[in-house]
Design a protein around this ligand. Structure first.
Ligand code: AMP
Length: 453
């Protein structure tokens, strides 16, 4: 998963603050990727860029930002899905051509026919420096503009017919900013205008809000939006069947974001209420595994009228445990991340709500922690169906073998995590949590992959 941001500051303002706005947006999207971050800025004649392993605040210090002044900027925060966590695989990718235009690109998603398209381009003499799908997108566009005489818009339209998968993308030239999204609109992408008149595209609306943007739109499925000093122009959308990632609502996105026509927090609350409806167990309190399950536990508590409590406290400086490329780093993260309130759990029967179980690492440790604190019973309620299939559209669940739901049945999982009972939300029921359930991809739960190679 990754986060993108693109800023176009109109010439008339002449403030050269695109890099500052981009940094703030990247910071708001830090939850989408913590391994590396990068920014490319055009100040008219040249692109300046910087990417590095690490967090936005560490990499983009005031000194670094002052060397990146410009009017058009794009930024990226990354956690690896396509290609490992290295500098070369990080984004944005920049291609400077001497005679023609120069480009910088950042994208979120995964390309399912990556190898085929790469081979086709390599046969035509195109060179690749990384294994990252963002590089594939920019090289595809540059090849068609530079060697085939396409306009940029034609190249992107052509890309949408050839390249399959998820790609919410920002593309900067020296004079323009392009925003586009794959025809299934798998990953979120929104855009709006700051009070100062700059156009901004982002993965999530929380990144627009931080820049003072309250009114915004979603980039349409298969739509291209071009921003220049003449204003904006938009192409017709080339919608295929919409296939938004349901996991964005369950776990990935920030609860204060709005996309796929829904408030993320509201979907999570709905999930909690639906979980409560199918649950017969009696308990003293309901509590979430913070933070992603907070609103689910709230929804559950409101529906069942069981008190909502926060018994687990999360250390926010550890980061998201899952977004670490290796299991050993993940394991360490979980242990340092949570603590129990003192004198809180003794003798209590609790409903513990979590958003999902993937490898089963996190919840097992959390349950041990709560048991040590003297709890009487733990009834585990999961706000999603069992994750049984890998995601090929940008979420890090690489092999089926790593998913606990593929190795154990539900009773074995209950025993493995040592809960007194366990209930997952069935897919059919999860559909009731969103307004347009047919517009979503549920492949990680049911194996129905909507976009094939
Ligand atoms: P685990 O079962 O230990 O592999 O981790 C599951 C927990 O990690 C869930 O409760 C989520 O909070 C979080 N999580 C689930 N899916 C993902 C994902 N694809 N990327 C990052 N974190 C995730």
């Amino acid at each position: 998963m990754c986060g993108i941001i693109g800023v176009f500051e109109p010439k008339k303002t002449n403030e050269f603050i695109a890099q500052e706005l981009t940094m703030l947006g990247m910071f708001a999207e830090q939850h989408r990727g913590q391994e590396s971050c990068g920014m490319a800025v055009s100040e008219g004649s040249v692109f300046r860029h910087k990417k590095e392993m690490g967090l936005v605040k560490q990499v983009f210090t005031p000194e670094v930002l002052s060397a990146l002044k410009g009017r058009i900027a794009i930024g990226h925060v990354r956690y690896p899905t396509c290609g490992s966590a290295t500098y070369y695989n990080s984004q944005p990718h920049v291609v400077e051509t001497l005679a023609g235009p120069s480009f910088a690109l950042a994208s979120n998603g995964d390309i399912v026919n990556y190898h085929q398209i790469r081979k086709e381009l390599e046969t035509e003499g195109v060179y690749f420096a990384s294994e990252n799908d963002g590089e594939l997108l920019i090289k595809f566009i540059v090849y068609h503009v530079d060697k085939k005489g396409f306009t940029i818009t034609e190249a992107v339209k052509h890309l949408m017919t050839k390249v399959k998968g998820a790609y919410s993308t920002v593309l900067a030239t020296r004079e323009e900013l392009y925003m586009f999204r794959d025809p299934h609109a798998i990953r979120p992408m929104v855009w709006g205008k700051t009070p100062g008149g700059s156009y901004v595209a982002a993965s999530e609306s929380c990144a627009l809000n931080i820049l003072g943007i309250r009114d915004f739109n979603e980039v349409g499925a298969g739509e291209i939006i071009i921003v220049s000093d003449e204003g904006i122009s938009r192409t017709n959308t080339t919608v295929k069947k919409l296939r938004h990632c349901i996991f964005e609502h369950i776990y990935f996105s920030r609860p204060d974001s709005y996309h796929f026509g829904e408030n993320v927090y509201q979907v999570r609350e709905n999930i909690g209420a639906i979980l409560a409806d199918i649950d017969k167990v009696k308990a003293d309190i309901v509590l979430p595994v913070p933070d992603s399950a907070n609103f689910m536990a709230l929804g559950y508590s409101r529906r069942k009228k069981i008190p909502f409590e926060m018994g687990l406290i999360r250390n926010h400086y550890v980061g998201r445990t899952f977004i670490k490329p290796e299991q050993t780093i993940r394991d360490e993260g979980v242990q340092h991340k949570y603590n129990t309130l003192p004198n809180f759990f003794e003798g209590k029967k609790i409903i513990l709500v979590d958003d999902s179980i993937v490898r089963g690492t996190t919840i097992r440790k959390i349950i041990k922690l709560i048991q040590k604190a003297g709890v009487k019973e733990i009834h585990l309620r999961i706000g999603s169906p069992q994750v049984k299939y890998s995601c090929y559209y940008g979420i890090d669940t690489p092999t089926k073998e790593e998913l606990i739901a593929n190795k154990k049945d539900i009773n074995e999982i209950k025993d493995h995590v040592d809960a007194d009972s366990i209930i997952h939300l069935p897919t059919e029921t999860l559909r009731n949590a969103v307004s347009n359930p047919d517009n979503y991809c549920y492949a990680c739960f049911d194996g129905n992959y909507p976009v094939k190679k």
